[in-house]
Design a protein around this ligand. Structure first.
Ligand SMILES: C[S@@+](CC[C@H](N)C(=O)[O-])C[C@H]1O[C@@H](n2cnc3c(N)ncnc32)[C@H](O)[C@@H]1O
Ligand code: SF4
Length: 481
């Protein structure tokens, strides 16, 4: 499939095309070619026009007026109409109703919260999402319900409260879909101690500033923090304990991969007062676990989970992904049945996203993504099981290139929302971050603006340029806004 965009809203047009042509090869060209489909988006005489050609013959032409544009709260109104035109044109050859319509590139709950803050009624937000963005009622209700839960938590934010993130960018193997900062531990064993030295340097440089606030939550992520060996893991958690004030609300540690979890590390997490841990099956099907490059089987996940319970971890999250290679609703039913018997405190359901920097994307020719309808079925299965486990949705986000343009949803049992997840999504609290690939977000309440300090992703660069990483944060702190 080819496309031509003759105005500056290329990214917006592409985001709509990708909804309908997920996982297919799409390429930008300058002229109509005489094979395959060509989608052309232009602006002429105050009209947004989308024309679709097949073998050089025009088969669809959709036009919408760009005159008298109203102010729009979600996005640039001109861009919205261009997207709508492309969407309506493609729908004539691929008759699908996308769950979120043309809502791409925005965080629905963040926007809804801002609109509620500005005084929009729930009803008017619903109307805008339905009529202007063509989102389905089911998704609109989901986003509004979540926004209201988040609002209740965000209302307690103030200038004196912050959260912290610390990243360990190592994993035992790299999962095929992953694009997170994650390096194969076996290739870095000699550098892990050096990495921890640099983390300590970054922590020491920032501790006085950090401790001048109330720390509400700490999140340890990655990669897989538990891929450190037991001594390193202890050293890392002690470093945090020695230098930062205790978090007031929550202390989460990702113990994602069952093949990195030992009783000793579970005890260490408990000793350092982690309040929430995450152990992630992704799927309970051994065949899929092998295909996605995770080095553990269902049995090992179950053992790790039970061991965590034995060690007193009473707030465990489990992550799963829908749309994994060769999985259908049958496999998802099996996964959810198993999760149901474990009764975790929260469940995060991801829709597979095709990441540019992932191995899956490099081998895209051999990947056969689940159909839109199968994805819908799988999502409904997880929704039903979450309800059966007395969980409700409390946070949500969407990414580029998700199968079927669905969403990721975090469910939890009563009162067990992950505080940090909400803060990171809604961007209304400063989060100071440490480690390779970690991004600090400084939120300035008076102006509602955010400044970001990025740490380099590569472990070697992080080690070699640690002073620069510290300096980047210091500059923002000194400048303010
Ligand atoms: C930051 S990742 C790290 C978690 C941990 N290292 C693990 O893999 O268990 C958090 C979650 O994002 C999800 N995830 C990662 N890559 C994804 C992708 N390409 N598409 C959808 N979900 C993805 C997985 O469920 C994963 O557990
Ligand atoms: S374990 Fe998590 S962070 Fe590591 S490669 Fe897999 S998905 Fe990525």
């Amino acid at each position: 499939m080819y496309y031509i965009v003759e105005h500056k809203h290329l990214d917006e047009v592409l985001s709509v095309i990708q909804l309908f042509y997920f996982g297919e090869k799409i390429k930008q060209v300058d002229e109509i070619l005489d094979d395959d489909i060509v989608i052309k988006s232009t602006i002429k005489d105050d009209l947004a026009i989308c024309t679709i050609y097949k073998d050089k013959k025009e088969i669809v032409c959709k036009k919408n007026s760009l005159e008298n544009l109203s102010k729009d709260s979600f996005s640039n109104e001109k861009a919205r109409i261009i997207k709508l035109t492309v969407y309506q044109a493609i729908q004539q050859i691929r008759p699908l109703n996308m769950p979120w319509g043309i809502l791409t590139g925005v965080r629905p709950t963040k926007k809804i919260n801002e609109m509620l803050e500005e005084g929009f009624s729930e009803e008017s937000i619903k109307n805008i999402l339905e009529e202007k963005y063509l989102a389905t009622n089911e998704k609109i209700d989901l986003a509004i319900d979540i926004a209201k839960i988040e609002k209740n938590i965000l209302k307690n934010n103030n200038k004196n409260k912050i959260s912290l993130y610390l990243g360990i960018p190592f994993c035992p193997t790299r999962c095929v879909y992953c694009s997170f900062p994650s390096f194969n531990l076996s290739q870095y064993t000699k550098k892990v101690d050096l990495y921890l030295d640099c983390l300590e340097k970054e922590i020491l440089a920032m501790k006085d500033y950090v401790n001048s606030f109330d720390i509400e939550s700490i999140y340890i992520g990655g990669g897989t923090p538990t891929s450190l060996n037991e001594n390193q893991f202890y050293r890392f958690l002690k470093m945090i304990d020695d230098n930062f004030k205790k978090p007031l609300i929550e202390y989460t540690i990702e113990a994602g991969r069952a093949d990195t979890i030992t009783r000793d590390k579970l005890k260490t997490m408990k000793d350092f007062k982690a309040t929430r841990i995450s152990i992630n099956p992704q799927t309970m099907n051994d065949k899929t676990l092998k295909l996605i490059g995770r080095n553990h089987l269902e049995k090992e996940f179950l053992e790790a989970f039970y061991m965590a319970r034995e060690e007193g971890h009473n707030n465990i999250n489990t992550d799963i992904i829908l749309g994994l290679t060769d999985e259908t609703s049958k496999e998802v039913l099996y996964t959810m049945d198993k999760i149901y018997t474990l009764s975790p405190e929260s469940l995060t359901v991801h829709t597979l996203a095709l990441k540019r920097a992932s191995r899956l994307n490099e081998n895209i020719d051999t990947f056969n993504p689940s159909s839109f309808y199968e994805m819908e079925k799988m999502i409904n299965i997880t929704k039903d099981y979450a309800k059966k486990m007395n969980m409700y949705p409390y946070y949500m986000y969407r990414q580029k290139n998700m199968i079927g343009n669905f969403e990721n949803v975090g469910y939890c049992k009563d009162g067990l929302e992950c505080f940090y997840n909400i803060q990171i999504m809604e961007e209304k609290q400063t989060i100071i971050s440490f480690g390779a690939g970690a991004t600090s977000k400084f939120y300035f309440e008076d102006t509602n603006l955010i400044k970001r300090a990025f740490n380099v992703k590569s472990v070697d660069d992080y080690i070699n340029r640690i002073d620069e990483m510290i300096q980047r944060k210091r500059e923002i702190i000194e400048e303010g806004i």
